[in-house]
Design a binder for this molecule. Structure first.
Ligand SMILES: NC(=O)c1ccc[n+]([C@@H]2O[C@H](COP(=O)([O-])OP(=O)(O)OC[C@H]3O[C@@H](n4cnc5c(N)ncnc54)[C@H](OP(=O)(O)O)[C@@H]3O)[C@@H](O)[C@H]2O)c1
Length: 335
């Protein structure tokens, strides 16, 4: 079977498309899946570009969707031909977050889905949303589940809440779509006027260009009549947190998700205390969160926003597009 591997030292230029032995028949509790699509996340970029260490020969990509080719003994959840999508933490089925880091995450501590065929535990997958293509399904593993957990599990967003989303990457656009499906008002930011227009078409109620309006936190607060937003989907990290804090209402919630604007930095801790902010860090979610997301997107007709498609052998080019920041939504890889 064909696969892409990361070489040491990792870089986009050394990603290698190779032929590997077929993984064979599924064992007890396993399924054999023909992977048809994957999608790019910033986490995958960190692995393939060498920002985070990866073993020589690691197969990258945390997201994988396709159809079941065979089921092993004891597997009752799937039948041959079923459409499935991978989970980010194959061993986190439900309940409390296990403290396992990224050791078992596909495409990081374990081999991922930049390949044609995998044999894995049946619980490392869920069913795909009904009516989704493999490329659409492959966007929920990381970006979709993260946005869901941020807003629904941790944020408990309700109709009428105001949600601020930053930029037009995979997590933020899913967050916009989920927030609108829940009946929230959405303030969306972007560095690009053209992308802001596309956000409007997706249902964003208010738009702010975070480059021409560097104090976008205060601008967002103004849009709420000076009260502040209920939730911020924080994908920038250190560089954007001060504005996110400025945007929040008293008792507001910041879902601390990303690091695009820095890994560490000073924060106005006295303001965070006196404004009674709830800042909740999170790393994707469980299999149970993924199943809940799937029910919700089926009930609401949410379809992911896909950017360009790339074939597996052009995975490096797909990541070059991500690095350029030109994308809007999810870049996908057809396998
Ligand atoms: N904690 C978790 O579980 C988790 C899960 C998924 C992702 N993440 C993290 O979340 C972040 C986003 O991931 P992604 O996969 O959605 O990335 P992505 O698709 O590559 O998103 C890139 C977009 O983010 C926007 N952006 C960049 N810098 C920004 C800034 N300073 N302010 C506002 N927007 C900015 C830009 O939008 P415009 O072009 O519109 O300006 C850019 O196009 C990454 O740091 C990633 O590591 C964390």
């Amino acid at each position: 079977m064909r696969a892409v591997q990361v070489r040491a030292p990792a870089s986009l230029d050394t990603l290698e498309c190779v032929e590997l032995p077929d993984p064979g028949a599924p064992g007890v509790g396993e399924i054999r899946v023909r992977i048809r699509a994957s999608s790019l996340n910033y986490h995958d970029f960190a692995v393939v570009s060498g920002m985070t260490p990866a073993a020589d020969g690691r197969i990258p990509m945390s997201d994988g969707a396709g159809e079941v080719l065979a089921v092993g003994e004891g597997v009752t959840e799937y039948a041959v031909g079923d459409q499935v999508v991978s989970t980010f933490f194959p061993d986190w089925l439900d309940g409390r977050t296990p403290d396992v880091g990224f050791s078992s995450v596909p495409g990081d501590g374990a081999d991922g889905y930049a390949c044609e065929i995998v044999v894995a535990k049946a619980t490392a997958f869920t069913r795909a949303p009904v009516g989704y293509t493999p490329a659409q399904a492959a966007t929920i593993t990381c970006a979709g589940v993260t946005a869901w957990r941020a807003l629904v599990v941790n944020g408990q967003v309700k109709a009428g809440d105001v949600v601020l989303v930053q930029g037009t990457g995979g997590v933020s656009i899913y967050a916009l779509q989920i927030a609108k499906a829940l009946g929230a008002t959405v303030i969306a930011t972007s560095s690009s006027a053209a992308k802001l227009e596309r956000l409007k078409a997706l249902g964003a109620d208010y738009l702010i260009n975070y480059q021409s309006e560097p104090k976008w936190g205060q601008a967002a607060k103004k849009l709420t009549g000076g009260v502040g937003v209920d939730h911020v989907v924080e994908i920038g990290g250190a560089g954007t947190m001060p504005q996110s804090i400025a945007a929040c209402r008293k008792g507001g919630h910041i879902a601390l998700i990303g690091i695009l604007a820095g890994f560490a930095g000073p924060l106005p801790t006295a303001t965070m205390m006196s404004r009674e902010l709830r800042i909740i860090g999170l790393t994707v979610g469980s299999r149970s969160h993924q199943l809940d997301l799937i029910r919700a997107i089926e009930a609401n007709g949410v379809k992911p926003v896909l950017d360009e498609h790339f074939p597996l052998e052009r995975l490096g080019d797909a990541f070059r597009r991500q690095a350029s920041g030109a994308h809007f939504g999810k870049i996908v890889v057809d396998i």
